[in-house]
Design a protein around this ligand. Structure first.
Ligand code: DWN
Ligand code: SAH
Length: 397
């Protein structure tokens, strides 16, 4: 049974950027997260209907940042060298940023959003435009005997029926096949008070502890874990069929130490989540008062990156266009729309970077802080400053 520990109030869908004629149709829902002590899984108290979130107008483009393009091409090289898979299947392939690196192999892309599915199909990848579940797995098995490598980056956490999704992976995996999951780590979310990873698309926030139990129900086992920097600190978990032989003594040590680190932090007890809830309220109060006092002192404040995360922050902290003039974002289909809930205008970035009249830019895309700092050196050089709430509310540099 899930026990609630976080209530982020009434929130819009985090990626539902609105045209003017859609403003009156917007609906809000209660965004709450809970912890299930039986499964160790942290999940939304109520799941949203997945076809209302992932459809042909879905706006998040994985290739939008250099950081993620580089991350996925490096990952593909590493996996090829380490496992040499003949068949690669990706769950939540988006615009193909990962799977495109496997042009020389048999590839299957699973992507429910038709706008993105068309892109991978167009590049020659066998693409199934549907949600990953047992029936999609059976569809795959009509075309391939088995799959050597299944990759799910920032997608397994999006699937309410996560147990069926994992069972479906076990169904297609070859005997020595590998299942690699990347996902923001619950431990880092809690350490960094990154409550903005909690929104309608994220049905769960994953830990090694919870994954180990879920995998074991499908006769899979984790044989390695890496901590990776993307999305504010993510896990990369490697699983195989129980008894397969892909691990090394060192890799099994990584698994044991990741689980013991999570337990030392208290991820297996409700108390740690209660503390997280209090940390979140403090973060909200600090950010809200910082932004309001800077604005009252006559500063011009904008936001950088119309992320799903920033939708959560602005709605939870009640920060609207009276404080933030606009959000700039490179994604064409978010531009010239209003941000969900609080309705801050989203505009394309200005040529030449953040304009001279801006004093502060809130980092909606705080997970790309170094990429953004590099691009916006002129802003910083003339005294402009960024604001972020991660890992604590601060002005930088
Ligand atoms: O899990 C998810 C992750 C992978 O992506 C999805 N549920 C939704 C989405 O979450 P997000 O919107 O918080 O993701 P990002 O990757 O933090 O989004 C970055 C946004 O910032 C993009 O819209 C592009 C934009 N951006 C920009 O305008 N200028 C990014 C950079 C680096 C920039 O310089
Ligand atoms: N893997 C990419 C995209 C992450 S965004 C990356 O890491 O950048 C989440 C993606 O998962 C979206 O493209 C979404 O359409 C997809 N997705 C959501 N639910 C899914 C499901 N049940 N099965 C397969 N893909 C899903």
């Amino acid at each position: 049974m899930k026990r609630q520990f976080l209530n982020l109030g009434m929130q819009p869908s985090a990626n539902a950027f609105l045209r003017d004629d859609q403003l009156s149709e917007e609906t809000l829902f209660s965004l709450r997260m809970g912890y299930d002590s039986k499964t160790s899984l942290v999940s939304l108290m109520e799941f949203r209907d997945k076809s209302s979130l992932f459809h042909e107008e879905y706006v998040y483009i994985s290739s939008a940042s250099r950081t993620m393009r580089d991350h996925f091409s490096k990952a593909a090289l590493e996996f090829s060298a380490r496992f040499d898979p003949k068949t690669v299947l990706e769950i939540g392939s988006n615009d193909g940023v990962f799977i495109d690196n496997f042009a020389d192999r048999n590839t299957v892309a699973i992507e429910p959003c038709e706008n993105f599915a068309e892109m991978t199909r167009g590049k020659g990848h066998d693409t199934i435009s549907d949600f990953w579940n047992m029936s999609t797995a059976e569809e795959v098995l009509q075309r391939y005997d088995t799959i050597d490598l299944v990759f799910a980056a920032n997608s397994l956490s999006h699937i309410p029926e996560i147990d069926e999704a994992i069972r479906s992976v076990a169904r297609v995996l070859s005997d020595e096949g590998i299942f690699i999951v990347e996902s923001p780590s619950l431990l880092n979310v809690m350490k960094n008070v990154a409550y903005d990873q909690v929104y309608d698309e994220h049905a769960h926030i994953l830990s090694v502890t919870a994954l180990a139990a879920l995998f074991s129900d499908s006769d899979l086992e984790i044989f390695d874990v890496e901590n990776i920097a993307v999305h504010g600190g993510s896990l990369r978990v490697f699983a195989q069929k129980a008894g397969a032989n892909n691990g090394t003594p060192n890799s099994y040590d990584n698994v044991a130490s990741a689980i013991s680190e999570e337990q030392s932090y208290g991820l297996d007890s409700y108390d740690a989540y209660v503390q997280f809830g209090l940390d979140v309220e403090r973060s909200r109060d600090e950010l809200s008062s910082l932004l309001r006092s800077l604005k009252a002192a006559g500063n011009k404040i904008v936001a950088y990156g119309a992320t799903a995360k920033s939708s959560v922050v602005f709605n939870y902290c009640e920060i609207g266009p009276d404080i933030i003039d606009y959000i700039s974002d490179t994604t064409p289909c978010k531009q010239n729309k209003m941000s969900p809930g609080v309705h801050i205008p989203v505009i394309p970035p200005y040529d030449g970077g953040i304009p001279k009249d801006v004093n502060y830019a809130f980092l909606g895309a705080w997970n790309y802080e170094s990429e953004i700092m590099e691009k916006e050196q002129d802003f910083v050089a003339r005294g402009g400053r960024f604001i972020t709430h991660i890992p604590s509310v601060r002005i930088t540099p």
